[in-house]
Design a protein around this ligand. Structure first.
Ligand code: CTP
Length: 396
């Protein structure tokens, strides 16, 4: 498959160095990156750095070389599947909004038919200046996209909005835009991820080893395919995915409530969370003090959220996970039936390089129609892709 092409415009701002990380991340995803720098950008970072990372010649404004000017701004404009400006200064935003094309970058932006995304970064007062805001609104009305800057401490020492969005988020946004498969457009996908906790006293709780990586990958894949995604997440250390409606919960009960609120209008529900089956029978309002001898804690059963959904489902496609240490397929099939699921994703948690806390997973996807697909070991995002391929291929 031909590589996707991103033309990355870099403007003169202190955040220019962060664009290096975006290039590096895109190249790792097998994306062809061509960088255009403004003259001011080269005062902050050298073209050589971008050239080394992208393995492509970097184009800088070269008024003294009009031959290249003519050729390159058109060829890159045509080559681009997507153009992204990181960081976008007030200057470039103002120029494009007002039809000024006086350097390589603004000319290429003007000449391309590819989607263009601006990721602004500048001083807060500049960003909030009504002229800049007006220009942004104008560009949005013409279909240009923006990755809004965040708030934080800026290079000038001020604190406020104007900080370049995290490079990981910018990369995610780019990858999502490049994904042409939008077969989940118009669908609501509800995903649960991570562990839940069962509280013992104000300082202690019981939980499990789930990191949420599988569920987050599912949510991101659904988002990339155009779905409206609600991600109900137990406590994890993962970054909030871009473009996903995330609801954070702690306990089984909290997860149950949020899931039930979102269940009726969901099209696909994927429960990858590792939900605690038991909770301490008695929660102690005060910290439990140590005493002589053993401590016995009595646990009582908590809700089986997935089974509750299975018992109440109408048209939703319901997918569960089965993390097993033995008799993988038998146990998974039994859960599929007992919880009235459409699919179950079975994974063997005894392997060290797949399952909990790893980037890869090796799963078997079993359907209620008795279909069985055993996947090779692959990254969790690819598992998510295969899962949606299977769900979407099934005629209902
Ligand atoms: N699940 C759930 N609520 C629970 C326990 C599990 O919704 N209280 C869901 C999980 O999100 C997963 C599926 O049920 O999609 C299977 O989870 P798993 O822990 O493998 O199975 P259990 O039903 O808890 O059975 P067991 O612990 O006996 O293996």
């Amino acid at each position: 498959m031909a590589k996707k092409s991103v033309v990355l415009g870099v403007c003169g701002g202190i955040a220019a160095y962060k664009a290096l990380d975006v290039v590096s991340r895109l190249v790792k995803q097998n994306i062809e990156v061509d960088v255009i720098m403004t003259n001011s950008a080269t005062k902050f970072v050298t073209p050589l750095s971008f050239q080394s990372l992208s393995a492509n010649e970097v184009v800088v404004d070269m008024f003294n070389e009009p031959k290249y000017w003519e050729i390159q701004h058109i060829s890159l404009a045509k080559k681009a599947d997507l153009m992204v400006i990181v960081p976008a200064t007030a200057n470039v935003i103002g120029k494009v909004a007002n039809g000024i094309a006086d350097d390589m970058l603004s000319t290429t932006i003007m000449a391309t038919k590819a989607p263009v995304i601006f990721a602004p970064a500048m001083n807060t007062n500049m960003y909030e200046n009504p002229i800049v805001q007006n220009n942004i609104e104008k560009l949005k009305s013409f279909g240009y996209d923006f990755i809004e800057p965040c708030s934080g401490r800026l290079a000038c020492g001020d604190t406020g909005r104007g900080k370049l969005e995290d490079t990981e988020v910018i990369t995610e946004c780019i990858l999502s835009r490049l994904n042409e498969n939008k077969d989940l457009k118009g669908k609501k996908v509800l995903v649960t991820a991570g562990p839940t906790i069962a509280k013992l006293d104000p300082v202690r709780f019981i939980t499990n080893r789930s990191t949420g990586k599988m569920g987050y990958a599912i949510a991101e894949e659904a988002r990339d395919r155009g779905a409206n995604v609600v991600l109900v997440s137990g406590p994890t250390s993962l970054k909030k995915p871009y473009g996903v409606n995330i609801i954070n919960v702690n306990t089984n009960e909290e997860m149950l409530n949020v899931v039930l609120e979102n269940f009726h209008d969901s099209d696909i529900v994927i429960k990858s969370a590792a939900v605690a089956d038991y909770k301490p029978k008695n929660y102690s309002n005060k910290k439990i003090k140590k005493g002589e001898g053993d401590l016995n804690i009595v646990f009582e059963r908590d809700s089986d959220i997935l089974k509750t959904l299975g018992d109440n489902k109408s048209n939703q496609i319901l997918v569960g996970f089965a993390a097993e240490s033995n008799d993988l397929l038998e146990n998974a099939k039994e859960k599929l039936k007992r919880k009235n699921l459409d699919y179950i994703v079975a994974n063997d948690i005894t392997s060290n390089d797949t399952g909990f806390a790893t980037d890869d997973n090796k799963v078997t996807i079993i359907g209620e129609d008795k279909s069985i697909v055993s996947l090779e070991k692959m990254c969790k995002k690819s598992v998510a892709r295969e899962l949606f391929n299977i769900i979407n291929n099934k005629k209902r």
